[in-house]
Design a protein. Structure first.
Ligand code: XMP
Length: 310
């Protein structure tokens, strides 16, 4: 594939399609939406409005970090506070697909529709890639960002058209495009993080309190495994409890799973053989979190497991 040609073609195509209109773009900070943001900024300039939707499900410091990174590149990104809205739609839901559907609806039917109306935009730009489409169509997992391929017409359903400049690319190709666009390595080579964000790492109900626990555990795991070279690592909060002892007293506490996997394209994965000392250090830090008294390391490859828990 000729990457420079691809970049030029996509910029031209965006200019042609959007014309004098306005497009909005939701930037999550992942490599896919970051590449779309830079391509669209080059193609549309002021006719692009980029938003970072703070959905209460992001990692520690993530909203500030993403907005600041793009500001340094001269691309303005507005932070939208939709935390209440997302927590509200997730309240009481425990089924994984119901949670994913609620997040999709909150994004597309509520937040994006509102942003489209406020900005007068007619297009929403999306970082969908080929693998998202393939896995969703194959019925493996409905990725949060797939609409048209499963029969949802966004124009009819939500009032705007969706443009997907990366839909023919795989992840490694998107990373190469990111590099050529001059995106920092922290973005071009960023570890995958799911669209449903920390909601994909909470089995059972997503509440503010449970988010705080998984967010703190995630920060520990990401810090301890940053130099592991693994494909993806994470903390997951289970919906079960176990007996433990804290300060001499019995505690029926929460359980956090640490998962760390090797993969090239996320379609299959094997478990990283982490050093025992590293696992012990992670366990000590995670079980120091309030009301968490067990830490487990997941030894299951994909398949039969998936990488995420939800
Ligand atoms: P699974 O859990 O299906 O995940 O083995 C495969 C890869 O995809 C990521 N993932 C998602 N990414 N939206 C995304 O953008 C989603 O809804 C989603 N679900 C899973 C996951 O982190 C892993 O890298």
């Amino acid at each position: 594939m000729n990457y420079d040609e691809f970049i030029q073609e996509q910029i031209e195509e965006l200019k042609r399609t959007v014309g004098d209109g306005i497009a909005i773009n939701a930037l999550s900070g992942g490599v896919d939406s970051s590449v779309v943001t830079v391509l669209a900024h080059r193609a549309l300039g002021k006719n692009l409005c980029s938003f970072f939707v703070d959905n209460a499900l992001m990692r520690e410091g993530e909203p500030e970090r993403v907005v600041a990174t793009f500001e340094r590149m001269g691309i303005p990104v507005h932070r939208v506070d939709a935390r209440r809205e997302f927590l509200e739609v997730l309240r009481g839901l425990t089924d994984p697909e119901e949670k994913r559907n609620a997040i999709t609806a909150a994004f597309y039917r509520n937040v994006f529709r509102r942003l489209v109306q406020e900005t007068g935009a007619t297009f929403l730009l999306h970082g969908t890639i080929l693998t998202d489409i393939e896995e969703t169509v194959a019925g493996i997992k409905r990725q949060h960002n797939i609409l048209e391929q499963i029969g949802i017409d966004p124009k009819k359903a939500y009032g705007y058209r969706v443009l997907e400049p990366l839909k023919t690319l795989r992840k490694n190709e998107v990373r190469e495009v990111a590099r050529r666009l001059g995106l920092p390595d922290a973005i071009a080579f960023r570890m995958p993080f799911p669209g449903p964000a920390l909601a994909a790492r909470i089995v059972g109900e997503v509440t503010e309190e449970r988010l705080a626990t998984v967010r703190a555990a995630t920060a520990i795991v990401e810090e301890e495994l940053a130099d592991s070279g693994a494909f993806q690592y994470m903390a997951v909060l289970l919906n079960d409890r176990a007996t433990g002892i804290r300060q001499g007293k019995r505690e029926f506490g929460q359980i956090v799973v640490v998962r760390c996997v090797e993969s090239t394209d996320a379609r299959t994965a094997t478990v990283s053989r982490l050093a025992w000392e590293r696992l012990e250090r992670i366990t000590a830090r995670i079980t120091a979190l309030p009301n968490v008294n067990r830490c487990l390391y997941d030894l299951t490859p994909k398949p039969p497991a998936t990488i995420e828990y939800v």
